[in-house]
Design a protein around this ligand. Structure first.
Ligand code: B12
Length: 368
C-alpha cells in the first residue's frame, strides 16, 4: 500500500476490496466493475486499484482455492473477471507517446508459464507510469521472444514467472535476451520471496512487486555487454554432475515406475476411483518435476517448500501429507546413484515427518 495514501483513499480501497471480493464470490462481473470503477470515480489512483484491490483480491482467490473454499472453476471465474476488468481499465489510461516517455518495456511470461495475470498487472502499472509496454502474455517460447526482440529492441525485458518449475526455462530466456544487450528484470513468485532465483540465474534486476519494478526501471538498468549466450553451467557449475539432465530425461519413466510401485505397496490405492488415480499421477509427476527443479538450482528448500505447500493443499482436503512418503521412498530407490537427489529426498522425508508430528489443529467443533 502506498505510504502517501490518505485515510479517505484507504477507506475507498478497503471498500472496493470488500465489494470486489463479494462480486467474484458471486461470479458477478457487473458488480465487480461497479466496485472497481466506483473506487476510481471516488478518486482512487489506477495503480492503487490494480495492486491494492484487484491483486489483493486475486491473492485471496488463491488462498480460498488452497484452503478448499473455492473450486478450480470458481478460481477460473474470478481470474477471468479480473482479466476483463483490467482490460476495461486499461482504456481509461491516456495512451503513452509512441516511443513511451519513459522507454519501451517488453513484458512476457516465461515459456510454459500460464500465470499471465501477475504480468498483466505489471504491464498496466508500467503503462500508467508512461512506459510503452509490449505485453506478450502467457508462455512465450524463448526462440519467438528473441526473434521478436530483434525487431523491437526495447529498453528492457520484464520476465514473469509464478511457478518455480519454469526456472530452467527462465534461465534460458534470461541469457538469450542478455546476449542481445537488453537488460532483464525478473519477477513473480517463482523467483523467490527475496529474488534469490533471479540472482542465481543472472537476471540484471529483480523486484518483489509492480511498484518496486516501476521504480527500479525508473532508475535505469545497465545494458549487458552484447555477446555470446552464457551456458547454464557457467552460472550453475553443479549441473556438471548431470543429475538434473538425467532426471529430466527419465522423468516419464520415473513417474511410471513410482506409480506402479505405489500400486504394489499402498493397498488402499487398488480401490481408488479413476479420478483419484489421475490426481495421484499428477501429484507424482509434480514431485518428480520439483525434484528436477531443485537439482537445477541446487536448492533443497525448493523441494521441501513444495512438499510443505502440497501438504497444506492435501490436508485442506482431509488427506494426510504423509501419503507422499511412499513416493519419495520409491524415488530414493530409483535414484540410488544420484547423491544430490538422495539428499533432497531425505530432506523431503524429514519435512513430511515433521509435519506428521505436529499436534492437530483443533477443528471448529472441537470442545477443547
Ligand atoms: C489464477 C491462478 C492460476 C491460473 C492463471 C490464469 C492467469 N490468466 O493468470 C491457472 C488456472 C492457469 C493456473 C494454473 C496453475 N497454477 Co496457479 N494460481 C493462480 C492464482 C490463484 C493467482 C495468480 C495471480 O494472478 N496472483 C495475483 C498476483 C497479484 O500475484 P503476484 O505474484 O503477487 O504478482 C505481483 C508480483 O509477483 C510482481 N510480478 C509479477 N510478475 C512480475 C514480473 C517482473 C519482471 C517483476 C519485476 C514483478 C512481477 O508484480 C505483481 C503485482 O504486484 C495463484 C495463487 C496466488 N496466491 O497467486 C495460483 C498459484 C500461483 N498456482 C499454482 C499452481 C500449482 C498452478 C498449477 C501447477 C495447477 C495445476 N495443478 O495445474 C498450474 C500451473 C500452470 C503453469 N504451467 O503455469 C500455485 C503455485 C504453488 C507453487 N508451489 O509454486 C499457486 C500459488 C496456488 C496456491 N495457492 O497454491 N493458476
Amino acid at each position: 500500500m502506498t505510504e502517501a495514501l490518505t485515510a479517505a483513499e484507504g477507506d475507498t480501497l478497503a471498500r472496493a476490496r470488500r465489494e470486489l471480493w463479494q462480486a467474484v464470490c458471486a461470479r458477478d462481473e457487473y458488480a465487480a466493475a461497479r466496485a472497481v470503477f466506483g473506487a476510481l470515480d471516488s478518486g482512487a489512483g489506477t495503480e492503487d486499484v490494480l495492486l491494492d484491490v484487484i491483486a489483493a483480491v486475486q491473492r485471496e482467490v488463491g488462498r480460498a482455492w488452497a484452503e478448499n473454499r473455492f473450486s478450480v472453476a470458481q478460481e477460473h471465474s474470478a481470474t477471468a473477471i479480473h482479466d476483463r476488468i483490467i482490460a476495461a481499465m486499461a482504456h481509461r489510461i491516456p495512451e503513452p507517446s509512441p516511443t513511451g516517455a519513459a522507454g519501451t518495456v517488453t513484458v512476457a511470461c516465461v515459456d510454459g508459464e500460464w500465470h499471465a495475470l501477475p504480468a498483466r498487472l505489471l504491464a498496466e502499472v508500467l503503462r500508467g507510469r508512461g512506459y510503452r509496454v509490449d505485453f506478450l502474455g502467457a508462455q512465450v517460447p524463448t526462440p519467438h521472444l528473441i526473434a521478436h526482440l530483434h525487431s523491437t529492441s526495447p529498453t528492457a525485458v520484464a520476465l514473469s514467472s509464478s511457478i518455480p518449475l519454469r526456472l530452467p526455462a527462465a534461465h534460458t530466456a534470461i541469457t538469450a535476451v542478455q546476449a542481445l544487450a537488453i537488460p532483464v528484470v525478473a519477477g513473480g513468485s517463482a523467483f523467490g520471496f527475496d529474488g534469490r532465483y533471479a540472482r542465481l540465474l543472472g537476471a540484471d534486476a529483480w523486484a518483489p512487486d509492480a511498484r518496486a519494478a516501476a521504480e527500479l526501471l525508473g532508475r535505469g538498468l545497465r545494458r549487458p555487454a552484447r555477446g555470446a549466450v552464457r551456458q547454464s553451467i557457467e552460472d550453475l557449475p553443479h549441473l556438471a554432475d548431470q543429475e538434473y539432465t538425467l532426471v529430466l530425461r527419465s522423468r516419464r519413466q520415473l513417474v511410471k515406475n513410482a506409480l506402479a510401485g505405489l500400486l504394489e505397496r499402498v493397498p488402499a490405492m487398488r480401490a481408488y476411483t479413476d479420478a483419484q488415480h489421475e490426481r495421484t499421477a499428477e501429484d507424482v509427476a509434480h514431485v518428480v518435476e520439483f525434484l528436477g527443479c531443485a537439482l537445477y538450482t541446487d536448492d533443497g528448500d525448493l523441494f521441501t517448500g513444495f512438499l510443505d505447500w502440497t501438504g497444506d493443499i492435501l490436508e485442506a482436503r482431509r488427506v494426510p501429507s504423509r501419503v507422499l512418503d511412499p513416493c519419495l521412498v520409491l524415488l530414493e530407490e530409483e535414484l540410488k546413484d544420484f547423491p544430490r537427489a538422495l539428499g533432497f529426498l531425505a530432506r523431503g522425508r524429514e519435512t513430511l515427518r515433521r509435519r506428521d508430528a505436529r499436534p492437530p489443529v483443533p477443528g471448529p467443533d472441537s470442545s477443547a
